[in-house]
Design a protein around this ligand. Structure first.
Ligand SMILES: [Zn+2]
Length: 175
């Protein structure tokens, strides 16, 4: 990936006035709120953001985020790798009044003292793009609930409480 050096923080209104473009990649490791939802914190996000001012005088950033994250599959409880592709269309606003008059195809991004931390903005956008429930796409994985039920059924049928050491040696024998 061809990358320029990405700033840790940037001044969105200045970048918009200059029509700047940010392109590169940052690691997801430092994004605490995002990695809370993940089963692995390795990886990076590809970032491409074009800043500008549209005909209405709106200071915007449009672009795309691309990454692969690892979450826990809610069917089998094993890790699943999911591609995340997120389109970004943000308007930088410094007050509530501006946020109310936005075009519907933009999301408002509140800017406090004219400096935005790039990793925070990217993290916010990725959290919105996460699936509500992570699942293996091919649906070939074994549901953990069914597995537990099957095990429970089998122990019901035997009517006797299995000796844990017998179960262990049986399991050892299967290896
Ligand atoms: Zn699964």
């Amino acid at each position: 990936m061809s990358s320029q050096h990405l700033p840790v923080q940037f001044a969105p209104f200045r970048l918009a006035r200059q029509g700047q473009r940010l392109k590169g990649a940052i690691e997801i490791k430092g994004m605490a709120r995002l990695t809370e939802a993940l089963s692995d914190t390795e990886g990076a996000v590809g970032i491409e953001l074009q800043f500008g001012i549209d005909e209405q005088g709106t200071f915007y950033a449009r672009g795309h985020l691309s990454t692969q994250i690892q979450m826990t599959c809610q069917r089998c409880m094993k890790p699943v790798t999911l591609p995340i592709e997120a389109d970004v269309a943000l308007v930088f606003v410094s007050g509530d009044d501006q946020a109310r008059n936005l075009a519907p195809d933009y999301d408002p991004y509140m800017v406090g003292n004219d400096a935005v931390t790039l990793a925070e903005l990217v993290e916010d956008e990725l959290i919105l793009a996460l699936p509500i429930v992570a699942l293996h796409e091919d649906k070939t994985c074994e549901p953990i609930l069914e597995r537990l039920h099957t095990e429970a059924d089998q122990s019901d049928q035997t009517q006797v409480k299995p000796n844990p050491f017998a179960v262990l040696s049986e399991w050892e024998g299967k290896k």
